[in-house]
Design a binder for this molecule. Structure first.
Ligand SMILES: [Zn+2]
Ligand SMILES: [Zn+2]
Length: 350
């Protein structure tokens, strides 16, 4: 089989030829058809995430060392399964939940694999969909996405799931409660589509690049504004009913400061973006305003099933995707790094 691997941190992916893996125990062998090319792979290929303030998070500190086969948004056909799997859906096309944990700890056993203290994510710590074939540790991570375009379904496993899980953390609230989305990049646009699909009626997008506003408006944002303008905080404060929730898909000092200040009493600020930075948090007003500050990281297998059902219902507006051959994954990562991609790119194996 062919795969496109990180052979050296910071260098282009290299083609590798290797033996097709053989499923053991509860594992399932998948022939990958499509795999989304995520912006976070740009950072993984570089070998680190920039945490801001001169701090870096190195992939090698997570025990990762090349060669690494990335690709955490795979969609493919079930080929075979290990001896402990009964009734494997051989021949069926499935979306794969990539945020797998150890499979044995209390978090994994209760279905919160994304909160496992020893993550073993597909396409990060385990080989992923930038290879022709891959192993999934258990059939419970196979998700029936029938009816969805297989070139689009992969993005649901990452940006779709991430924004859904974050948006659910704003519940319960009224459909008319104002929700502010920080950032209108790939995740921000998906967040707008997701909030709209979940019935929110007052969605406000803060984005410094006005060229991204029309896409946000087309997906359902009522108001788009430039958060770097001096009147940004006043505009948010003037929203009818005040701001109930903020989804921060940037996660920078400026977006957190603006978002927290905008909340009405009892409001919720959910940070998802990994841009990086720090804020001082004054405790007395946090108590007096009864606000919640919460982080959100990808989502659970059950949440991915709910995202797929939402897409199957037709309520989730589709964000743009472009298809490319797997040999161009590394070039696609270069384009993502340069900010040249509109929407998402998806590699097509078959
Ligand atoms: Zn991703
Ligand atoms: Zn675990």
């Amino acid at each position: 089989m062919i795969s496109y691997d990180i052979q050296e941190w910071g260098k282009p992916l290299q083609q590798a030829i290797k033996a097709q893996p053989v499923p053991q125990g509860t594992e399932v062998l998948i022939q990958v058809k499509y795999c989304g090319i995520c912006h976070s792979d740009v950072h993984i290929r570089d070998g680190y995430f920039d945490l801001g303030g001169g701090k870096k998070f190195h992939m090698s500190e997570r025990g990762m060392k090349p060669p690494v086969t990335m690709g955490h948004e795979p969609f493919g056909t079930v080929i075979s399964a290990g001896p402990q799997v009964q009734n494997a859906p051989v021949g069926q096309d499935v979306l794969i939940y990539p945020w797998t944990g150890c499979g044995e700890c209390p978090r994994c056993l209760e279905g919160m694999d994304n909160w496992c203290p020893t993550p073993r994510f597909l396409g990060i710590q385990r080989p992923g969909g930038y290879g022709q074939y891959m192993l999934v540790p258990h059939p419970r991570y196979l998700i029936d996405a029938s009816g969805l375009d297989p070139a689009y379904a992969p993005v649901l496993a990452c940006s779709g799931l991430t924004t859904y899980s974050a948006a659910r953390k704003l519940m319960p609230c009224a459909p008319s409660d104002a929700i502010v989305v920080m950032g209108a990049g790939g995740l921000g646009l998906m967040a707008v589509a997701m909030l709209k699909a979940l019935g929110h009626q007052q969605i406000v997008v803060c984005e410094i690049d006005a060229r991204k506003w029309p896409a946000a408006q087309a997906l359902g944002a009522q108001l788009t504004l430039d958060p770097s303008q001096p009147d940004a905080a006043a505009q948010l404060a003037a929203l009818p009913g005040g701001v109930w929730g903020v989804l921060d898909l940037v996660g920078a000092q400026a977006t957190a400061t603006l978002g927290l200040a905008a909340l009405r009493k009892g409001g919720r600020y959910v940070v998802v973006g990994l841009y990086g930075g720090e804020i001082p948090l004054s405790l007395v007003p946090m108590a007096q305003r009864a606000i919640t500050v919460q982080g959100s990281y990808v989502g659970s297998p059950q949440e991915l099933r709910e995202v797929v059902a939402l897409a199957q219902s037709g309520r989730l507006a589709r964000t743009p995707t472009q298809v490319c051959p797997p040999s161009q994954i590394s070039d696609a990562l270069d384009q993502l790094k340069a900010g040249q991609v509109i929407g998402r790119m998806v590699a097509q194996w078959v």
